[in-house]
Design a protein around this ligand. Structure first.
Ligand code: GLN
Length: 488
């Protein structure tokens, strides 16, 4: 049962061949045996999951219809609000925060009869690329436990890779779904900005944040998208484009794309590890063998993407994180003498180093006298990058490149050098700045048996096509069937 995809599992559950209770039990026994070493979950709720699974089984036995994810164990990143348990965002400041409501995506998972088994670890407030910035615990990569799982959705990627759930949700502000997916050999999709509701997602960089699936296969990602995508009146930035006609990502996933034109950006990957470059080139050969044409496109402003991102994301974070003042939410210092001290001590004691660094950077970039020089300039760069993609997509259906310049790095290797850490996102950030969808799919392993991801970017609202393109590759290869030996 552990080797099944989410789609296979839901079909067997629907046919009564496996009960949801048995699936949930088996996931929890794996978690009990191995999550002590991996550290994927911040919290799990066995009782709640078992009760819901029993309810799904009862409905199936009674001949009732169940939802798209009927009885399938899934996980959500701990920056998505749940009415039960805590929503910590990987931070000490929210360690005991109990949300009064569910995020829209959580409501949608529940409505689809998914069984949420737990909340996954992450870099504090989603700031990081290795999950090492979590204020609560460490997560390791199931492929090599000396290495990071990537981040910031490292717990979700590790949970899917290690078989602690059949699908998970992550959030991606600058690469946080795609990069951990690549490091852990799972599929990760960052949808178009606005495609999935952010209501109930703890905000980091609100103009960049987007929720998406981490799954074992491309088809599973399509299934989860069918559940979570769509307009939500509670999130004014969500859109109903293309959904209104009853769009299904899973339907037609096997149809492929005729006369597929794949854009590549010459020279872009010169800094990437050789093994990464080779795996991506090999993936392009697979596409050529099924009839795709490769065209060269230019991204003249991509070299400024990281700089622009770290101004815009930190500026938005400094404003979003102002609400954690020891009064409204979460941790309050006990040593404060007056209200100013309540603010400063609570924040000083409970925010981690990276979060403080970013609040300071963002506050600086927004301060009078610097606003034009940094923030406004970054917004202009953002527009230029958006324009680069618009021009490129006139010539091609999608652009392919690596997800990250390296495979999973060693724990501790980059944590004391924030700039090197920021460079992990060199290929992923542009998609967030432009608001376009991007997907990471497993495309091989390096000489240390560490996973490599292929990134596929498309124009806004092209996730249906991206999924079909990803599926074309998946059908030709068997990377997605490989599991870490740790998970056996
Ligand atoms: N690694 C990037 C950062 O630290 C992106 C994080 C994310 O996408 N949440 O900001």
């Amino acid at each position: 049962m552990e080797d099944l995809t989410a789609i296979e599992l839901r079909e067997r559950i629907a046919r009564g061949e496996i009960t949801s209770v048995a699936a949930v039990e088996s996931v929890f026994s794996r978690i009990a045996g191995r999550d002590g070493a991996v550290g994927a979950y911040i919290s799990t709720d066995r009782e709640r999951a078992m009760a819901r699974a029993a309810e799904v089984d009862r409905r199936i036995a009674a001949g009732e219809e169940v939802g798209f994810l009927g009885g399938v164990p899934v996980a959500v990143k701990d920056n998505m609000c749940t009415e039960w348990g805590a929503t910590t965002c990987g931070s000490k400041i929210l360690e005991n925060f109990h949300s009064p409501y569910n995020a829209t995506v959580v409501e949608k998972l529940i409505a689809a009869d998914a069984i949420i088994v737990g909340k996954t670890n992450m870099d504090e407030f989603a700031m990081g690329s290795s999950t090492e910035n979590s204020g609560l615990k460490r997560t390791v990569n199931p492929w090599d436990t000396c290495r990071v799982p990537g981040g910031s959705s490292g717990g979700s990627a590790a949970a899917v890779a290690a078989g602690f759930c059949y699908a998970a949700l992550g959030s991606d502000t600058g690469g946080s779904i795609r990069q951990p997916a690549s490091f852990c050999s799972v599929v990760g999709l960052k949808p178009t900005y606005g495609r999935v509701s952010r209501y109930g997602l703890v905000a980091y960089g609100s103009s960049l944040d987007q929720i998406g699936p981490l799954t074992r296969t491309v088809a599973d990602a399509a299934l989860v998208m069918d559940v979570i995508a769509g307009h939500d009146p509670a999130d004014s930035t969500s859109v109903d484009e293309g959904i209104a006609g009853g769009c299904s990502y899973l339907e037609g996933i096997d149809k492929g794309v005729e006369k597929l034109r794949i854009g590549i950006v010459p020279g872009l990957t010169t800094g990437a590890d050789e093994s990464v470059q080779r795996a991506v080139e090999a993936a392009l050969e697979v596409y050529k063998s099924v009839g795709a044409e490769i065209v060269e496109v230019e991204m003249p402003h991509s070299e400024y993407a990281i700089a622009a991102y770290y101004v815009i994301a930190t500026a938005e974070a400094s404003s979003n994180l102002a609400r954690y003042d020891g009064v409204h939410y979460g941790y309050r210092s006990t040593g404060a003498e007056d209200y100013v001290e309540v603010y400063s001590k609570s924040r000083a004691e409970a925010f981690g180093q990276e979060v403080k660094r970013r609040i300071m950077l963002g506050t600086y970039a927004l301060s009078s006298g610097y606003y034009d020089a940094y923030y406004l300039k970054a917004l202009k760069v953002r527009n230029l990058i958006r324009g680069d993609f618009a021009v490129a997509f006139e010539k091609c259906d999608c652009i392919m490149m690596p997800v990250a310049p390296t495979t999973a790095f060693r724990i501790g290797e980059k944590i004391n050098d924030p700039l090197t850490m920021y460079l992990s996102d060199v290929y992923t950030i542009a998609a967030n700045l432009a608001g376009i969808p991007g997907m990471s799919i497993p495309c091989g392993f390096d000489h240390d048996n560490l996973p490599i991801g292929l990134q596929i970017l498309g124009p806004t609202f092209s996730e249906g096509k991206l999924l079909r393109i990803g599926r074309m590759y998946e059908k030709e290869t068997d990377w997605c069937r490989r599991r870490p030996s740790f998970a056996d």
